[in-house]
Design a protein around this ligand. Structure first.
Ligand code: G6P
Length: 614
């Protein structure tokens, strides 16, 4: 949510910053801006509503010289997307430029104080309040910018990752973070700062992750000086990035989302690699094995997540309850954190987050920690805040996911959850050896089966054309496939803007069936599992009301083929692994409908990939 990039070194900053903004655009994309400081000591800000490409257009006839700069791509919180509200923001004297990701919660009170002290505001943002406050404190205390930032941050309530430069500000960028991520890339005589490592990796693989409530002074020719808001000096280990550049490119696909859907056979193999041993008989998941006793004696598992990760958590509930007979509650992090929930010391809390930065999930973890429960993270982004705030965890290892609508991260989350539950079920003897090794074998075959589904891409594309102009969709599933109905509907609404609802199929008759007519496509997950006959009855009820049914079926599903208007065939698997297969055609269907509607698939309106505000 909002992308931050900065550069200080010996090269021209502008091309590095613009390229970085393109890489970060998935985090927010309603406006973009850049501040450059050049040799003559000037400080210029260029910013505009729209995409990074609009900013490039705007800068065509501007002076873009300078080897120090900061740049930002915005996801609006305070103030509509506009040229004025775009970052960077100047201070009153225009001597300081600041970019910000996060929310300053006490901005209104501070703004009033600053106005009373003669400060003027151009924008509606909370960010402008912060830069003005910094200047006010700097002047009042007759101190340098770094110290002023330190003092100002002690006055702030909220979340921030910030970067500032100063007019004539002798070669430095000041950065700070609290609850929003910030990475410093260490090059040879140059430094990069960014919200995540994606814009840095092509220049250096050596990075430092700033911790919460830390500030850094990044100067040309010196190692970054890192201190806490209370002025305690810190040193940080330099981390070696494993990411590579090709993971950040579209690789010949039209969109990142399509690339990421097609990557799933590989990403799931990567996710299982080294975790299901070569004999295919054992799961080696060190985070769970190292804490085996805690998991085995858990009174309950609480899963915390948002969005697609929450849907993965729902499937996780089915895994843990059926494989290891541990009761599971799946909570929206945003509700959990404010609900005064009952948490026992012997609960296990599992936080699921692709980005590892979701503000509500971070806050929910903090709350759970107070109760003394053990906290396990399932994250994709290595080194992310959630992965560092949890007691132990498993990475999903799918590489960067750039399309805003999550696809490959979701199937990997399901894979990690299934491995955790299988391992624990086997240890608890709630799954016997024979079933355990059969299920492991089947899990290993999932990537091949996804490959088969991907061969239907052209057929699903053809099918999508029939539904491009539908206004509403209903998605139905039962058992393990109920969360997949929710996720299928979410994928469609996120990227096509078609209204879609997911429901457990039997709940139809308690309300949604009133909506059924010829105009209402119903996507029914009707694969050949223990709920097949029940789902068939639910589909019959829809057909009896002239509904149009698109069914996800197995080869064996003769009856459903007769009843449904359209079918998408997927290979069969064990009931518990069906979510891993059945979501794939739904991802493709949403993708093609969105493309037909000429939507911006990778950057759908109003959304952001990494939600670092609550
Ligand atoms: C945003 C993204 C979703 C994602 C959700 C949770 O809304 O657009 O794709 O599922 O955040 O994100 P997380 O990184 O915690 O999985």
């Amino acid at each position: 949510m909002c992308g931050i990039i900065g550069y200080i070194g010996f090269r021209d900053a502008y091309p590095i910053l613009v390229k970085g903004l393109h890489r970060l655009e998935y985090r927010g994309y309603d406006s973009a801006g850049i501040a450059l400081s050049n040799l003559s000591g000037s400080l210029s800000i260029y910013k505009t509503k729209g995409r990074v490409s609009d900013l490039e257009e705007y800068c065509k006839d501007k002076d873009i010289s300078g080897s120090i700069g900061i740049a930002h791509t915005r996801w609006a919180t305070h103030g509509e997307p506009s040229n004025t509200n775009a970052h960077p923001h100047y201070s009153e004297s225009e001597n300081i430029a600041l970019i910000h990701n996060g929310i300053i919660e006490n901005y209104a009170v501070l703004k009033q104080q600053l106005i009373r002290n003669g400060y003027h505001f151009r924008s509606n943002t909370d960010t402008e309040v912060l830069v003005q406050l910094i200047e006010y404190i700097k002047v009042l205390n007759n101190t340098d910018l770094f110290h002023a930032v330190q003092l100002a941050l002690n006055e702030i309530i909220g979340a921030y990752a910030i970067a500032l430069i100063e007019k004539g500000g002798d070669n430095r960028i000041i950065v700070a973070r609290k609850s929003s991520p910030l990475v410093i890339g260490i090059g040879d005589g140059e430094y990069f700062i960014a919200s995540d490592a994606s814009p840095i990796v092509e220049y250096t693989k050596r990075v430092i992750y700033l911790e919460d409530e830390e500030l850094a002074l990044v100067s040309r020719g010196f190692s970054p000086k890192i201190v806490t808001a209370r002025n305690v000096e810190k040193t940080h280990e330099i981390i070696q990035l494993e990411m590579n550049l090709s993971q950040l490119e579209k690789g010949g696909y039209d969109h990142f989302m399509l690339k990421e859907i097609f990557e799933q056979p590989k990403t799931l193999r990567d996710c299982m690699k080294g975790r299901i041993d070569v004999t295919g008989k054992h799961i080696v998941l060190s985070g769970v094995m190292d804490n085996r006793e805690r998991f085995l004696s858990a009174r309950r598992i609480i899963i915390l997540a948002c969005g697609t990760s929450w849907h993965a958590g729902l499937v996780g509930k089915y895994f843990f309850e059926s494989f290891c007979r541990i009761p599971v509650e799946v909570e929206y992090s945003s509700e959990f954190r404010y609900r005064n929930p009952v948490i026992y010391g012997d609960d296990i809390v599992i936080a699921i987050s692709q980005s590892g930065e979701t503000a509500d999930t971070l806050a929910a973890i903090e709350l759970a920690r107070k109760s003394g429960s053990f906290i396990y993270g399932i994250c994709n982004v290595v080194g992310s805040s959630i992965s560092r705030k949890t007691d132990s965890g498993s990475y999903t290892h799918v590489g960067p996911e750039i399309g805003v609508a999550s696809t490959k991260a979701f199937t990997a989350q399901l894979t990690v959850l299934s491995m955790m539950a299988l391992y624990l079920g086997h240890e608890k003897r709630t799954i016997d050896d024979e079933r355990y090794s059969f299920l492991l074998g089947e899990l290993n075959r999932i990537p091949d089966k996804i490959e088969k589904i991907l061969q239907s891409n052209a057929a699903i594309c053809d099918l999508s054309k029939i539904f491009t102009y539908a206004h509403n969709f209903i998605y139905l599933g039962r058992g393990f496939n109920y969360p997949i109905a929710l996720e299928g509907a979410l994928k469609l609404k996120e990227i096509s803007y078609i209204h879609a609802e997911g429901y457990p199929a039997a709940e139809m008759k308690h309300g949604p069936i009133a909506l059924i007519d010829m105009e209402m496509p119903v996507v029914a997950i009707a694969t050949d599992n223990v709920m097949y006959d029940k789902v068939m009855s639910n589909i019959q009820e829809i057909k009896a009301r002239n509904g149009c049914v698109i069914a996800v079926v197995n080869e064996s599903g003769a009856t459903i083929r007769e009843i449904a208007d359209y079918v998408i065939e997927v290979p069969s698997t064990e009931d518990c692994f069906e979510p891993l297969l059945n979501i794939v055609p739904l991802q493709l269907l949403s993708y093609h409908i969105a493309v037909n509607k000429k939507r911006d698939v990778d950057m759908p309106r109003n959304l952001a990939k990494s939600v670092t505000v609550e």
